[in-house]
Design a binder for this molecule. Structure first.
Ligand SMILES: *[C@@H]1O[C@H](CO)[C@@H](O)[C@H](O)[C@H]1NC(C)=O
Ligand SMILES: *[C@@H]1O[C@H](CO)[C@@H](O)[C@H](O)[C@H]1NC(C)=O
Length: 186
């Protein structure tokens, strides 16, 4: 049966961070203010994800009138062209506001989006883990920043948060945030 499951997942496995064992018990940011978290974030580094092969990756979070969060991600897959993809995030339990669920066509049905740490103005550390029958897990992790670059000091702080969640720093892939200004490319 596991062989069958692995075959099913093979296309996914190749480009995601897939490992054995259940998801770790990770603590998220204790007080989380969604309003301050909204807005534009640039991706600094991440665990490999097949849906994020481009550069200049950014996320924009905005509150919709119905209380859900519009997630608008953009990446540059060819020079000068930003490809958007839209998803929806929700706070499932108001007592745990830093634990969001996010839905895109590629994370079905709804993936986790846990904010491990943010200071709202410079950096955010996001972790996502999905259990597959508590035997395997698929993990995503991102360090996001309000600027396209992050100071060494802030980055080290963010990386420590990921390590705390069991993420191996050597698996992180930095996102190329150079040559992203569409005005200077034209
Ligand atoms: C919401 O989170 C609180 C605190 O972790 C927990 O005690 C409660 O059971 C959760 N409620 C639901 C509906 O999951
Ligand atoms: C972002 O970069 C600008 C210009 O390099 C700098 O002035 C500003 O302090 C930076 N902001 C943060 C939050 O690091």
């Amino acid at each position: 049966m596991w062989v069958y499951l692995l075959l099913l997942m093979a296309p996914l496995v190749s480009a995601q961070t897939f490992s054995c064992g259940p998801c770790p018990d990770v603590t998220v940011q204790k007080t989380f203010d969604l309003q301050r978290y909204l807005g534009r974030w640039f991706e600094i580094t991440k665990l490999p994800a097949s849906f994020e092969r481009g550069k200049c990756i950014e996320a924009n979070y905005a509150l919709r009138p119905d209380g859900t969060i519009q997630v608008l991600n953009k990446q540059m897959e060819e020079p000068g062209k930003l490809t958007p993809i839209e998803g929806t995030a929700v706070v499932k339990n108001q007592s745990e506001p830093a634990k969001l669920g996010v839905g895109f066509s590629y994370l079905s049905p709804v993936g986790t989006y846990w904010v491990l740490y943010t200071d709202y103005t410079s950096v955010a550390v996001v972790y996502s883990c999905t259990d597959i029958m508590r035997v395997f897990k698929v993990e995503f992790a991102w360090i996001l920043a309000r600027n396209r670059t992050l100071s060494m000091e802030t980055r080290a702080r963010a990386e420590a948060e990921l390590q705390r969640a069991g993420v191996k720093l050597c698996q992180l892939i930095p996102t190329d945030q150079t040559g992203c200004d569409l005005n200077t490319l034209r």
